[in-house]
Design a binder for this molecule. Structure first.
Ligand code: GLU
Length: 493
């Protein structure tokens, strides 16, 4: 019998998402329950958006939760490299093989031509898709054009009619019409593969037997299945996991709920409680008990107990569960965990230089700097009344700063200052007009320690959370404002 091998294949393009942790957890449980292996692969073929910082954050977040992998970029293994950006030669070889077998073809169409085709199809109310223009170019002609250095991509051929049967472990057979599939680009003009080619090649070469991934990928399953068929490879078992949702049933998004695992760590949730809660997403223990450990989940794991109704990620429920976990600690353990969380020497050393000059006794520290140890603040709207800016402008400054800081990857005082300055300059405001709003949002006070240092110290998750909290307190941004401000934001570059 082949060993069960599952994987998680995150793209390192942002904060470590709770959805990634959720899918990782289910893959881990499935593998462990079958005595198999769980692999971590980094899908970083999007050169512009992938960063090493984000990759590191994914490792840290998963490890904080207690999720460990048997093979991966940082731990090695027999099927490496486990980072797609280091596997370029491999994809090239397989792409060439598909072209040689006639399952894929080089496409030289310019972006202008593709836009034009698309516009025409849209005008005729057809589904926009590639029209097959380069499919019939003779192989030797195509090779000459490539040898001459002409820019090109490689596209896969897809059937034009009929249906593809996708066998999903949870849904059974799902039929998807080929008329909905485009001739997917497999290799981009920069010589890097797209998700489709790299994912199939790697899952095959890494011996993955079961792929549990988010259901947002279900519509594109036929293309993957076709690729396995073209290569003559056995396809892994597929399992499309229900997507996490906000309490209002919409897809979990950071606009409504913090989605970064690090946010929950920073807020003082316990990793065991968080993992337990993720295990409750669409799944339950046979005896329906709410509180369970990872070991217990593995022991009783049964993929057939995953229910397809969209699981709701509700911070209030998570808090409730965290409370259960927390109260079961001994007082000693509790004290130890709190210390580890924020009353540790590292964190103290970050804060000390900023409070030392501002207090006369230690007992003045908590009132001055309590916000370093808090999550949400009790904000007073009066703090946001501004001498120069009206209420709308205040909200606008908060929103633009929030967007700017959401995009910031390297979190340090200098870069944070640049972001705030950029917003100020764009709105023709002085830094000293913008800063009081930062003070109010981040510290909950009219003055305190240096707010730019405070933002660096409390970190991106809490900074963004508090700016959002302030914005919401003042009424949020209407749909119309969001539209207008997005334009403004885009113009900031
Ligand atoms: N890189 C994809 C992602 O970021 C992987 C999806 C899959 O599991 O195939 O979600």
């Amino acid at each position: 019998m082949t060993t069960v091998r599952t994987r998680i294949a995150p793209s390192p393009t942002g904060d470590p998402h709770v959805g990634t942790a959720y899918i990782a957890l289910f893959n881990l449980c499935f593998a462990r329950q079958h005595g198999g292996q769980f692999i971590l692969r980094i899908e970083d073929t999007d050169q512009l958006r992938s960063t090493r910082e984000s990759e590191q954050q994914i490792y840290d977040a998963l490890r904080w939760l207690g999720i460990e992998w048997d093979e991966g970029p940082d731990v090695g293994g027999p099927h490496g490299p486990y980072r797609q950006s280091e596997r370029g030669e491999i994809y090239k070889k397989y792409s060439d093989e598909l072209v040689a077998k006639g399952h894929a073809f080089p496409c030289f169409c310019s972006a202008e031509r593709l836009d034009q085709v698309r516009a025409e199809q849209m005008a005729n109310k057809e589904t926009p898709r590639y029209d097959g223009h380069c499919m019939h170019i003779a192989a030797d002609t195509a090779q000459q054009r490539i040898a001459a250095g002409e820019s090109h991509v490689v596209r896969m051929k897809v059937p034009t009619e009929g249906v593809c049967q996708v066998n999903d472990m949870l849904r059974g057979t799902v039929e998807i019409g080929w008329d909905r599939m485009d001739m997917q680009v497999l290799m981009k003009a920069d010589g890097l593969p797209t998700y489709f080619l790299a994912n199939v090649v790697d899952d095959h070469l890494m011996g993955i037997t079961h792929v549990l991934r988010g259901e947002e990928w279900l519509p594109s399953a036929p293309k993957l299945i076709k690729l396995y068929e073209y290569f003559g490879w056995e396809q892994p078992q597929l399992c499309y996991m229900p997507l996490l949702r906000n309490p209002d049933k919409s897809k979990l998004s950071k606009r409504k709920n913090p989605t970064s695992v690090t946010f929950y760590e920073r807020m003082g949730f316990m990793p065991d409680a968080m993992l337990n809660y993720l295990g409750r997403m669409g799944w339950s223990m046979p005896d329906e008990r709410e509180k369970f450990t990872l070991a217990e989940m593995i022991e009783h794991f049964d993929i057939n107990r995953v229910s397809l109704g969209g699981p709701i990620f509700d911070v209030e429920k998570l808090s409730w569960l965290n409370g259960q976990w927390l109260r079961e600690l001994s007082v000693e353990q509790f004290a130890e965990q709190v210390q580890k969380w924020a009353f540790n020497p590292d964190y103290m050393m970050k804060i000390a230089p900023h409070v030392q000059q501002r207090v006369e006794t230690f007992s003045q520290i908590a009132p001055l700097a309590g916000f370093f140890f808090s999550g949400a603040l009790n904000l007073d709207p009066a703090l946001f009344e501004h001498k120069k800016l009206d209420a709308t402008q205040v909200r606008q400054v908060l929103q633009l700063t929030l967007w700017k800081l959401e995009a910031l990857r390297q979190w340090d005082k200098e870069r944070i200052t640049e972001c705030i300055q950029a917003v100020g300059t764009h709105l023709e405001l002085k830094l000293r007009d913008v800063m009081p709003l930062m003070f109010a949002s981040i510290t909950g006070q009219a003055s305190s320690v240096s707010v730019l240092d405070a933002m660096e110290i409390i970190g991106p998750d809490l900074t963004r959370f508090r700016l959002r909290q302030a914005l919401e307190l003042l009424g949020g941004a209407s749909k119309k404002e969001v539209k207008e401000w997005e334009k403004l934001f885009a113009a900031m570059g």
